[in-house]
Design a protein around this ligand. Structure first.
Ligand SMILES: [Fe+2]
Length: 326
């Protein structure tokens, strides 16, 4: 039986709300269901239907303390890595603070890349434990009194065959957003439009889904994890512009060739997902790890990574790369 999330919702489509930057104003008032991290089959069922799923209590108190301490320590010791200080980066102005590549210099984070709270579900959603590939890992913060960011609804990386392939699952990429601070009404909340992952525009989703279209903010205590298909329309809803929010974002890609085909040809196979960015780098200890399973996990190298490996992971080469140091 399919899980539905539409109960007790509010339709705000009046006047200018229909043209709002952050959607059409048809906002769900009830939080979507939260699953346990071990409940992988129910997570898969809900995700396949809706393009996202929420895992409650994904992180322990000790892990939350560690990661929040990491934010504070690295903002103090390496402010430039967060876009703080004199050279504040353009892309931070509307997105808050961001530490793009903390894995490069901090092995203390390695254990989080396959975190037991969400990783079993990630494996199920991407087609198996040997099919999951690492893409990106970053930290973000909306500082207290940061004002409003006005992030519009968008999707992340997508492939065109999502409109036609059969079956749709497994997805090409998925993102895990972990709340590291409590996200309650008034705080900036991650929001999705359920079942929007096969629409080219938000308006098309709005007009086609009709009564089934809901912009759905996701509230939850620190430790909540949201898994979403990168093709699902989403945004960070503005809060009151006063409250702080810290998040850890990790992207995973699908590895290996899949036999599933487009309907018009039985020769097409789905290749491993392309690299998500042209700048993201994997450190030597992970890219060339002695365990072949870890090497496979970190095997989706972009051309910048290939050049960095060829240089022997040279610091000078890294310094020429965008976000290589900052
Ligand atoms: Fe996004």
């Amino acid at each position: 039986m399919k899980t539905q999330i539409q109960i007790e919702q509010q339709d705000n489509r009046t006047g200018d709300a229909a043209l709002a930057d952050q959607g059409f104003g048809r906002v769900a008032r009830q939080n979507p269901p939260q699953f346990g991290g071990a409940d992988v089959e129910r997570i898969h069922e809900f995700f396949a239907e809706n393009g996202f799923a929420v895992i409650g209590n994904c992180l322990s108190r000790e892990e939350l303390e560690h990661l929040n301490e990491f934010f504070e320590r690295t903002q103090r010791e390496r402010p430039e890595a967060w876009g703080l200080g004199g050279k504040r980066r353009v892309y931070h102005r509307s997105q808050g603070l961001m530490f793009s590549q903390p894995l490069l210099d901090y092995p203390e984070l390695d254990a989080y890349t396959q975190h037991p709270g969400a990783y079993p579900a990630v494996c199920r959603l991407l087609g198996g434990v040997d099919k999951v590939r690492f893409s990106e890992f970053n930290f973000r913060e909306a500082p207290p009194n940061a004002g409003r960011g006005r992030q519009n609804f968008h999707h992340d990386a997508v492939l065109p065959d999502r409109f036609t392939r059969q079956p749709y699952m497994p997805v090409d990429w998925l993102c895990a957003i972990h709340y590291l601070t409590d996200v309650e009404p008034g705080a900036p909340a991650f929001a999705v439009v359920p079942r929007s992952n096969c629409f080219a525009t938000l308006r098309e989703a709005y007009e086609t889904l009709g009564e089934g279209y809901w912009e759905t903010p996701i509230f939850g205590p620190a430790g909540t994890c949201i898994l979403y298909d990168t093709a699902t329309w989403h945004c960070r809803f503005d809060g009151d512009g006063k409250r702080q929010r810290r998040t850890w974002h990790q992207y995973y890609a699908r590895g290996g060739w899949l036999p599933s085909s487009l309907p018009q040809t039985n020769r097409y196979k789905r290749p491993p997902s392309p690299c998500l960015t042209d700048w993201n780098l994997f450190p030597e200890r992970l890219a060339l790890h002695q365990d072949p399973a870890v090497r496979l996990f970190f095997s989706h190298w972009n051309t910048a990574q290939c050049e960095w490996v060829a240089s022997g992971f040279s610091d000078a080469v890294r310094d020429t790369m965008p976000r290589g140091r900052q």
